[in-house]
Ligand binder design. Structure first.
Ligand SMILES: Cc1cc2nc3c(=O)[nH]c(=O)nc-3n(C[C@H](O)[C@H](O)[C@H](O)COP(=O)(O)O)c2cc1C
Length: 106
C-alpha cells in the first residue's frame, strides 16, 4: 500500500507558509488540511507521514496550529515533521526558536 501523507497548515499573513506547504505536498503527494481554532480532529490512522506548518508569531508557531496539535491524541508509528516561514534567518536562530518551543534540541 502506498504511503499516505497529510499536512496541517495555518497560513494567513502573506500566505507564505501556504506556498511552502504546496511545494511539500506536491513532492510527497500529501493532502493539505487548512486548520483554524474550530477544525475538527482528522483521524490520523490512515496516514504514515504527518506534517505541520505555520508562520511564526512572537517566536512561536501560530497558536492556531499549536492548539490543534495539543488536541491530537498520542499516536504510534507515525513519522512527523514541522515547518514554518518567518522573519527569522540563519540556521542558528531558527534552531534557537524551535528549541525554545521544545520542538528540537539544538
Ligand atoms: C502578528 C505577527 C507576528 C510575527 N512575529 C514574528 C516573530 O516573532 N518572529 C519572526 O521571525 N517573524 C514573525 N512574523 C513574521 C511571520 O512569521 C512571517 O511573515 C510568516 O512568513 C507569515 O506566514 P504566513 O504568510 O503563512 O501567515 C510575524 C508576523 C505577524 C503578522
Amino acid at each position: 500500500m502506498a504511503n499516505k501523507s497529510i499536512v496541517f497548515l495555518y497560513s494567513y499573513h502573506h500566505k507564505n507558509t501556504q506556498k511552502i506547504a504546496n511545494a511539500i505536498a506536491e513532492k510527497i503527494n500529501a493532502t493539505i488540511v487548512e486548520i483554524d481554532n474550530n477544525t475538527n480532529l482528522v483521524e490520523l490512522g490512515n496516514y504514515d507521514l504527518v506534517g505541520f506548518g505555520s508562520g511564526i508569531n512572537s517566536g512561536k508557531h501560530y497558536s492556531q496550529l499549536l492548539n490543534y496539535i495539543e488536541k491530537i491524541p498520542n499516536v504510534q508509528n507515525k513519522k512527523a515533521f514541522i515547518f514554518s516561514t518567518s522573519g527569522i534567518y540563519t540556521e542558528k536562530n531558527v534552531k534557537r526558536s524551535y528549541n525554545s518551543q521544545g520542538i528540537i534540541e539544538a
